[in-house]
Ligand binder design. Structure first.
Ligand code: ZN
Length: 138
């Protein structure tokens, strides 16, 4: 099976409710020679599931980040949602907070939290989805 390496991008911002420092998972991107239009935001279920799978890989140290990604809460309406929850108070912010995270990550820089091998067909099914943002590489 053909696979490619996909990065999980994260940004450091405190919990809006209890101020605990959190790594907010906000996007997926191929590890090698990514194109801007492949930027895939983690605000829809398939992307959240892929990010969770990569972060939970036992060879890494990001299981905590995987555990903090949750499905869309029942009260959250609309097309996208924020999957990140606080490890201390459990707060799951609204989708527009994830937009703020992306904005700040673009200007301040972000980390590659983890990378994992994904079947190419799975990646093609979701790449560029979510917010549909073209990620301008710095
Ligand atoms: Zn909190």
């Amino acid at each position: 099976m053909n696979t490619l390496r996909v990065d999980v991008l994260a940004y450091d911002m405190p919990c809006r409710q209890c101020a605990l420092p959190l790594w907010w998972v906000f996007a997926l991107l191929p590890s090698h020679r990514p194109r801007g239009d492949e930027f895939t935001t983690t605000d829809f279920p398939e992307a959240v599931e892929m990010a969770r799978r990569i972060l939970a890989d036992p060879s890494g140290d990001t299981a905590d980040m995987a555990a903090q990604l949750r499905p869309r809460p029942a009260w959250q309406q609309g097309r996208g949602f924020n999957p990140n929850t606080c490890g201390r108070c459990g707060h799951q912010a609204e989708w527009h907070v994830l937009d703020d995270v992306m904005h700040d990550a673009f200007h301040e820089g972000c980390i590659r939290a983890a990378e994992g091998r994904i079947p190419i067909g799975e990646w093609r099914a979701i790449r560029g989805r979510g917010q549909g943002i073209f990620w301008p590489f710095l």
